[in-house]
Design a protein around this ligand. Structure first.
Ligand code: SAH
Length: 346
């Protein structure tokens, strides 16, 4: 079975060619899927009956179901738990900002990166998400926004999973949602976040897509970083910073560094100074994230004044830094809290 959300337009043109159909049919199908938000092939009334019949036999549209939808009472954040027929589940989150609506997409079911503060990695990585399955995640939010005539304006690949460990599907997803006949989401409004897989960063630098790169740093020396993020043993800071440098040179873009503050672990003023020194030569922005509570993880949050002091120290040293606003914490939709929770439902 073909999954229609899993095709770039030119790939759909190729498929349709094998059916003897002209290429404008692909544009029509894109318009049905992404602009009219059709969920069934039978709705695509400007396709020939013969084509519709063939697609009915050989292709699917929606493959996921929403098992649960939670809405934050605090800030309107919506978290969906989606399920697929092979019984895997992932979460996706819609965040409402004054500047627009952003969706956080999961790129893998679970994660194998093993970061010690994150819930997504607790059960390991179950399987990859396909591009089409990522598209479906986004569409659940978009359909909800359709009720109020709003649109998804930005996308972050920051849900469960490591996007650079699923590079091709992640890029395909970006191409599909960027298509002008489709959702037309600008690449500059798309952010990919990585734990620091160096080959992925280099590949992205060479690849020319003007998306934003976020790198999860969380510590500015190898000993500390390796204790929080096992990936640091494979790609220590020196290698990671070289790759970041290459990315900035090659693309002329700045990098967004994420730094989750964990009480007593990485939140001293000395840590702030090491961080400032580490990224001194890189055009960048630091996003400080007060670490979010994960029941299985044993750590505390940095007190508010210490967060402010950390921020001030960074700024004093010339670092561009802000504190990331927490969203959806009452529904466990915040950074690092996404998990497949289906087991608790049955
Ligand atoms: N694997 C990618 C993207 C998913 S995680 C990455 O690591 O970047 C998105 C962000 O949430 C990452 O910066 C991650 O380190 C951070 N995060 C994970 N657990 C967290 C927690 N408990 N509190 C705050 N941020 C967390």
């Amino acid at each position: 079975m073909h999954h229609l959300y899993n095709f770039r337009k030119r790939e759909l043109i190729d498929l349709l060619k094998t059916y003897g159909e002209p290429s404008y049919r692909a544009t029509q199908i894109f318009e049905w899927l992404y602009q009219k938000r059709a969920t069934r092939i039978s709705e695509m009334t400007n396709l020939s009956k013969k084509l519709r019949q063939r697609l009915e036999e050989e292709a699917t549209v929606v493959t996921s179901e929403a098992l649960r939808k939670q809405v934050s009472k605090v800030d309107g954040t919506v978290k969906f738990l989606l399920g697929w027929s092979d019984h895997v589940t992932v979460e996706t989150v819609l965040m409402r900002h004054d500047y627009g609506n952003s969706v956080c997409v999961s790129t893998q079911v679970g994660c194998k990166m093993g970061c010690t503060f994150c819930a997504s990695t607790l059960g390991g990585m179950i399987r990859q998400m396909t591009a089409g399955e990522m598209v479906e995640q986004l569409l659940w939010s978009q359909r909800l926004l359709d009720d109020t005539d709003e649109r998804v304006s930005s996308v972050v690949l920051m849900g469960s999973g490591e996007p650079m460990d699923n590079y091709e599907q992640a890029m395909k997803f970006i191409d599909i949602i960027n298509d002008p006949n489709g959702l037309n989401i600008g690449q500059r409004h798309i952010t990919i976040s990585t734990v620091g897989l160096v080959p992925g960063i280099i590949r992205l630098a060479d690849d020319g897509r003007p998306i934003t790169l976020a790198v999860s740093l969380h510590a500015a020396n190898d000993e500390l970083r390796s204790s929080m993020m096992p990936v640091n043993r494979a790609y220590p800071l020196e290698k990671l910073m070289e790759a970041c440098q290459y990315y900035c040179q090659k693309t002329g873009r700045r990098i967004s560094f994420e730094y989750a503050l964990v009480g007593g672990k990485n939140d001293s003023l000395e840590d702030a100074r090491q961080l400032a020194a580490l990224i001194r030569n890189l055009p960048s922005h630091v996003n400080l994230i007060p670490v979010n509570y994960v029941p299985e993880r044993n750590y505390s949050r940095t007190p508010k004044d210490q967060i402010d002091a950390f921020l001030q120290e960074l700024r004093r040293l010339g670092v561009n830094a802000t504190i990331r606003r927490e969203m959806g914490h009452d529904i466990s939709a915040a950074c690092g809290q996404l998990r497949a929770e289906h087991a608790e439902l049955v």
